[in-house]
Design a protein around this ligand. Structure first.
Ligand code: FMN
Length: 207
């Protein structure tokens, strides 16, 4: 499916085929595609807990205000903004710049210094915004990739973040911008019309 078509057809879907079990290989492929998302300095500050066992989905539903899709979807991703990613990933990112000829060793060092200083300390508000912003792009890419490959998705931020962190062993100062339910569309159901969108005249300003 072409990208534009995928953008047009993607919907937040509440009707998941309960008999469909997405495989770990399929999920891994979607995660690989999602990780092609752009990120600040290519730091890729995202992590994902892929919840697909019935017991863990049930536990997740309890953290998600009992939203049925948290249990009915084939899998639900906990998208995490990794506030430690600057420290964890910059070395690898900088070596890649050198390996691919984007920068020599000195320039790569300077990228490390600049990027390392630019996003605040790991427990700062700035770092949370940085990681949530980039994890959001990853999440959108995941949903587009899933749509393109014939799955359906549903993003959710209706959950108790503290409870999810505790139940799934996520460090307190990381951020969880959303969950994404993924599966196959349930046969025999038709979606209502797409919800309204504001027009560019309303939300954009040209200068
Ligand atoms: C970050 C985010 C969080 C959302 N959280 C929920 C949620 O917890 N429960 C829910 O039913 N829908 C949730 N939605 C879905 C929105 O209601 C939906 O995207 C919007 O109404 C537009 O519909 P569409 O995605 O089908 O175009 C969320 C969407 C986003 C992007």
């Amino acid at each position: 499916m072409e990208t534009i078509q995928t953008i047009i057809t993607r919907r937040s879907v509440n009707f998941f085929d309960p008999s469909f079990k997405i495989s770990d290989n399929e999920l891994t492929e979607l995660l690989r595609l999602a990780a092609l998302a752009p990120s600040s300095y290519n730091i890729q500050p995202w992590e994902v807990v892929v919840v697909r066992s019935p017991e863990r989905k049930k536990a997740l539903r309890e953290c998600a205000f009992n939203q049925p899709k948290a249990e009915e979807a084939s899998a639900v991703l906990i998208i995490i903004g990794n506030t430690d990613a600057v420290e964890e990933n910059l070395d690898a990112v900088a070596s890649d710049l050198v390996d691919k000829g984007y920068a020599d060793a000195a320039a790569a060092e300077s990228v490390k210094k600049t990027a390392g200083g630019f996003y605040g300390l790991p427990d700062s508000e700035r770092r949370k915004v940085f990681s949530a912003k980039n994890a959001g792009l990853f999440a959108m890419n995941f949903m587009t990739a899933a749509e393109g490959l014939g799955y359906v998705t549903h993003p959710m931020d209706g959950f108790d973040e503290g409870k999810i962190k505790e139940a799934f062993g996520i460090k307190a100062d990381k951020v969880v911008p959303m969950l994404i339910a993924v599966g196959r569309f349930k046969d025999g159901v038709s979606l209502p019309d797409r919800k309204m969108r504001f027009s560019p005249e309303r939300f954009a300003r040209f200068e």
